[in-house]
Unconditional design. Structure first.
Length: 133
């Protein structure tokens, strides 16, 4: 029957339209959700978590990173991006001091960072990789 073919055809059209592309997402800047793989060289521990990067509206060279050092979504640091290099002035998050940070945007899917955080007891020297698909 003709109506059966229409229903089957409609079903396959909807099925094709509902499939998400497996092609990698095209990123135009460093904003968005990143997976952070962190190695604390002071305590010899590794951590993996998600964080968000937003561009500040008032200064397009500055970016806000929330949940930095897994401090929570309401905690953030502000970094400066200049020629693919990330830096920051000393800042505090949840009673800890982020004393130094240097990083390189390898590409729009990979960022390498090194930073020192004083947790009230000792300096924690951290190496981190941010990645996304």
């Amino acid at each position: 029957k003709m109506s059966d073919f229409r229903i089957i055809g409609l079903f396959f059209c909807l099925l094709l339209l509902s499939c998400e592309s497996n092609a990698p997402r095209v990123h135009t800047d460093i904003t968005g959700v990143w997976r952070c793989e962190e190695t604390n060289n002071s305590t010899v521990s590794q951590t993996s978590y998600l964080l968000d990067v937003y561009r500040k509206a008032s200064d397009t060279t500055q970016y806000v990173i929330t949940n930095f050092f897994q401090a929570g979504d309401s905690e953030f640091i502000v970094v400066k991006l200049n020629n693919g290099k990330l830096t920051l002035a000393e800042q505090s998050i949840t009673g800890m001091n982020v004393k130094s940070l240097s990083g390189t945007v390898i590409d729009l899917r990979n960022i390498q960072l090194s930073y020192t955080i004083y947790d009230g007891k000792r300096d924690n020297n951290i190496n981190a990789s941010f990645s996304r698909k």
